[in-house]
Design a protein around this ligand. Structure first.
Ligand SMILES: Nc1ncnc2c1ncn2[C@@H]1O[C@H](COP(=O)(O)OP(=O)(O)OP(=O)(O)O)[C@@H](O)[C@H]1O
Ligand SMILES: [Mg+2]
Length: 594
């Protein structure tokens, strides 16, 4: 339950990954017109940023020096106009990037989530929910940043830097050489910061994510924590996690502040160098005062792009790492898929049959006898029959159902319906024939109606009839708005038995040909028990059914009872036959009823 410190396995991506970029481009291709438009606005915005120092130079060298107050007024007005224009273009750029980003992220999420929905049950066994959600959320966000802010900031910074260098070099080559002498120091400092301080922040982020994960789990399981009086242990663990984060966070903050102070000092040193070298040139008549002011102005603007550049390097690394994970998911191909030319299955007519089925959840299927979860399973369910599976916990009953609905495929043997292998039938066609009441009831946050229909169109009278048959009416009367009442997450505002009735009603509303019932082990109060028993009986009337039961009273009148023990069918027969046999079933029965 406890996390260790290496909770978030965030690999650091490469600075630039051409192969990855090539794969990413098709994902953002639909947005190329928007990206291009934003790029043009960006060029305009970067170009405009070069102008203010040039205007200042003109004001000093031309207007003021020539005592041309008319011209000065004109220049001042141009200054104001320029600022307004810059602000306008900046706004436009923000809007363009924002609208691009929002669209990009939702398209990516849709694609990723749609892909996940099609993946096998086996895939979801392997990955924790929190991690999957994090991938959809934060990885798409990182990719968005790469194609909006990062790409544009890099381009914008590049344009500004080149523009400033070009203007300075053309105004005074000699003074530019003096400026060029300080530039390597700025670049060096920035690189140092990137290498030494930045990774510390990554560690802080990782530790922070660990704390959030820990808190989430503890809040979700707060009742368990309280019931077992684990508060002191949880508290201690949180203190440890916090202390571990602080140990990295403080030094990185201090180093970071030190870096910015140092950059400030170098900025002033740069200004001093320009003032001294340029001032000398002005005195000697080799430079105008306006040009000196231009240099001073640009030097102040220089630090921004250099810093932004180095900042974005990180974002790029993270984006490539995120893209890598996104592609890992997109590259997963579900194993259970429709065969090309899979046949339709219009209606269930005859029988379901398991023939010598062997199955294992793991990769090492069948390497050793004990790896099989199901061994040599054979049975038949004719139309209209009710077959029950009973047996000790972990025996393999739910696994039988998982195979029948093709949540997994068996490694050996065959399952047929109406004489046809289920692997040759369209999966949707197959699953539609079954109404499934799962062992652990899952209710979504939403109204009762939404939980019964799952978003499909189901006639009102059929819905009400299903509710009526199962005695759900009593529950609905208790809820303020009947079918439109909101259920809490996982149906927390219903009792266990009521939740089960709800899932029966869901199965019944879909009116399936074959019903599969995986009974929950948890016991409910006698009144709910009676309700559920009556519900099950009504549910089964006139249908083919496979019933997994722990309460044997449910299955006394089943046509056949299969005892599943350690992955094998140990006994089979009617209740009377099995009692006669006096084996495992008879023992189970006696335990429950005497
Ligand atoms: N998704 C899974 N991945 C790996 N192993 C699994 C998975 N689901 C079940 N198993 C294993 O397969 C075996 C059979 O499990 P199954 O759920 O079929 O038992 P069951 O008969 O339905 O038990 P219960 O009566 O408790 O519901 C168990 O040993 C279990 O640990
Ligand atoms: Mg089970």
């Amino acid at each position: 339950m406890w996390h260790d410190d290496s909770i978030e396995d965030l690999p650091v991506g490469k600075l630039y990954d051409g192969r990855m970029l090539k794969r990413l481009l098709p994902l953002v291709a639909p947005f190329r017109a928007r990206i291009l438009a934003a790029g043009l606005v960006l060029l305009a915005s970067s170009g405009l940023a070069l102008l203010p120092p040039l205007l200042l130079r003109r004001a000093i060298d031309v207007d003021i020096a020539g005592r041309d107050f008319h011209g000065l007024l004109f220049t001042a007005a141009a200054f104001v106009l320029l600022q307004a224009g810059t602000a306008g273009v900046g706004f436009l750029l923000q809007v363009a990037l924002e609208s691009l980003g929002v669209r990009m992220v939702s398209a990516l999420k849709q694609r990723l989530f749609g892909h996940m929905l099609g993946l096998d049950a086996a895939y979801f066994d392997r990955f924790a929910t929190g991690k999957l959600i994090a991938r959809v959320e934060s990885d798409t966000e990182a990719i968005r940043r790469l194609f909006t802010s990062t790409m544009f900031t890099l381009l914008g910074s590049l344009v500004s830097l080149i523009g400033m260098v070009a203007v300075m070099a053309s105004v005074s080559w000699r003074l530019f050489q003096a400026v060029a002498a300080i530039l390597p120091v700025i670049v060096l400092l920035t690189v140092l910061y990137q290498r030494k301080v930045r990774p510390l922040f990554a560690v802080v982020r990782r530790k922070y994510a660990g704390i959030v994960g820990f808190l989430t789990e503890m809040v979700q399981g707060v009742r368990v924590v309280q019931a077992f009086s684990r508060e002191p242990a949880v508290d201690r663990r949180l203190r440890e996690l916090n202390a571990s984060m602080l140990k990295t966070q403080l030094p990185s903050e201090i180093l970071s502040m030190g870096f910015f102070s140092l950059m400030g000092v170098f900025e002033i040193i740069g200004l001093a160098v320009i003032l001294f070298a340029g001032g000398g040139m002005v005195a000697a008549g080799a430079l105008t005062i306006g040009s000196l002011v231009l240099f001073l102005g640009y030097l102040r603007q220089f630090f921004g792009p250099v810093y932004a550049f180095s900042e974005q390097v990180n974002v790029m690394q993270r984006a490539f790492a995120a893209a890598d994970r996104v592609f890992q998911i997109l590259d997963l191909r579900p194993q259970v898929v429709d065969k090309p030319g899979a046949a339709a299955w219009p209606a269930f007519a005859e029988a379901i049959e398991f023939r010598n089925v062997f199955f294992s959840y793991g990769e090492r299927a069948g390497q050793q006898e004990r790896d099989w979860v199901l061994k040599d399973i054979c049975f038949r369910v004719g139309k209209g029959q009710k077959v029950a599976l009973v047996g000790a916990t972990g025996g393999g009953k739910t696994s039988v159902i998982n195979l029948l609905l093709r949540f997994y495929d068996a490694q050996q043997g065959a399952i047929t319906v109406d004489g046809r292998d289920i692997r040759d039938i369209a999966i949707a066609d197959l699953r539609r024939k079954f109404g499934l009441v799962l062992q652990d009831v899952f209710l979504f946050p939403g109204t009762v109606r939404e939980n019964l229909t799952l978003g499909t169109e189901i006639a009102e009278d059929r819905l009400l009839k299903a509710a009526e048959i199962l005695g759900l009416k009593r529950i609905l009367r208790k809820l303020p708005q009947g079918l439109e009442s909101e259920l809490a997450e996982r149906g927390a505002n219903l009792s266990q038995g009521e939740r089960q009735l709800m899932s029966f009603a869901r199965a019944l509303a879909f009116d399936p040909q074959i019903l599969i019932l995986d009974e929950a082990t948890s016991s409910v109060d006698p009144r709910s028990e009676r309700l559920i028993q009556a519900g099950i009986r009504r549910l089964l009337k006139g249908r083919t059914a496979i019933i997994i039961a722990h309460r044997l009273s449910t299955i006394l009148d089943a046509d056949r009872i299969l005892v599943v023990h350690k992955g094998r069918i140990a006994e089979s027969g009617t209740h009377e036959e099995l009692m006669e046999k006096n084996g495992y079933y008879a023992k189970l029965y006696r335990i429950q009823f005497t």
